[in-house]
Design a protein around this ligand. Sequence first.
Ligand SMILES: [Zn+2]
Length: 148
Amino acid sequence: MKCRKCGFESTKVVDSRITDHGNAIRRRRECEKCEYRFTTFERVQASNLMVEKTDGTTEPYDRDKLERGILVACAKRPVSIKKIREKLTELEEEWGKEPVIKSQKIGADIIELLKNIDDIAYIRFASVYRKFRDVETFKKEFENLLNS
Ligand SMILES: [Zn+2]
């Protein structure tokens, strides 16, 4: 990111924190040339992100849609929505490093995230996202969960 004072091309991040109810990242940046410090609120990358679906077509990344899917999976579970939003913002940072992200990658990352937060939310989300082909696959996954 360019320095706002001298226009130098390179600035370093001195502090980074999730803000706006987990929806944006607030960064303190310092110019590597003139040492001018300024603050940015970033949620830009994710809005330009394209998602490649399993059939090869692409569509714009839709955070609201993804968030709804997660919230449905977390219904009536003791899960902090704020924490989910923060983690989602962190994931978007990661995904936004490439212009196109595969939908499977998004699904896998969310599944991984929920796995660490709540077992039931995890299995709900995984069952929808992976579209388990048959009952057997679902049962196997569920048994793995119970045995883990
Ligand atoms: Zn500067």
